[in-house]
Design a protein around this ligand. Sequence first.
Ligand code: NAP
Length: 360
Amino acid sequence: MKRMKVGVIGATGMVGQNYVRLLKNHPWFEVKYVAASPRSAGKKYEEAVAGRWLMEEPMPEAVRDLIVGDANKVDEAKKKCDLIFSAIELDKEAVRKLEEDYAKAGFPVVSNNSAHRGTPDVPMLIPEVNPGHIEVIDSQREKRGWKKGLICVKPNCSIQSYVTPLFALIAAGYKIEAVIVTTMQAVSGAGYPGPASLSMIDNVIPYIKGEEEKSEIEPLKVLGKLINGKILSDKSIKIAAHCNRVAVIDGHMACVSVKFKGRKPSVEETKKIWKSFTGEPQKLDLPTAPKEAIIYREEPDRPQTRMDRDAWGAMGITVGRLRECPVFDLRFVGLSHNTVRGAAGGAILSAELLRAKGYF
Ligand code: NAP
């Protein structure tokens, strides 16, 4: 299959660099265009990120000499690529408009930015959980008059570690009434340079602006239903989130207590459900799909951030410590890599699903 030409806007940032790295040998997509702020525009990519290439592996040769475009100028992407991955950081109104302008110009846009997460005709995908939501794109295109363009977004970087295991239980017929989740989120989640080292070392900060709201609201849309051209959130589930910034580089961990409505699964049955759970990316054998949709670790002290964040190329969702909860019904710990599964890798998996389903 001929590789599709893709552009990364926000290519110089933390998530953008991960796109560049992860797409290096991708069988379906090839980075042909990079763009960022006017500060970086006009420079070679290598120069634009000089001194701030944060990936452990060297910069791919194929992108070093690409001239960075101005992400605000849609015309600069034309003729250079056919799909846009968006990892720009700007005020939300500006991002909403800019992503719509790219879609209007015929580009499918797969975004990490939160600007369009609440838009009812924009799917917010965890491909193992709500692959059917991509059908809302048919209404999105019809309503907005877009023929080839579309917008699809990824949810917040921490939620797949608990929404995927919760969804597996819902898919097995259980009803969830309430969830309390406490996250321990890596500093890379704040982008580069992130919080000052003197704020982070020897410390935990019990506040991440806007994060608790996202962690409580976004799962409801992901678990929602597509009705009459809109995704309607499942408001029957109550979620309370406590989000903490901790001194790890990558990997968001979540400690979760769950209360069921009516019948509740036992610990043994829950493990069985998680171990056998499989999603559309696994069924379609998408290039970036982890082989297991949920990895269950039996050791009493796993998952651990450093040990488990890179499972299945950092696309794995690792769960463990499942036990009864004396206040709710069950409790467990979930973990996923925030800049890969929670950002660039998750968006690449969404793009693979969109392509496999014929949306471009
Ligand atoms: P980042 O490291 O701060 O990178 C921001 C990017 O946006 C850079 O490429 C920057 O270009 C570009 N940019 C800044 N101002 C711009 C402007 N005026 N016009 C056009 N481009 C501009 O941020 P990040 O962590 O990669 O996050 C990118 C997006 O992904 C954010 O919306 C974030 O919320 C979301 N996200 C992040 C994570 C994570 O774990 N980090 C996870 C999920 C989602 P210059 O280099 O030229 O300034």
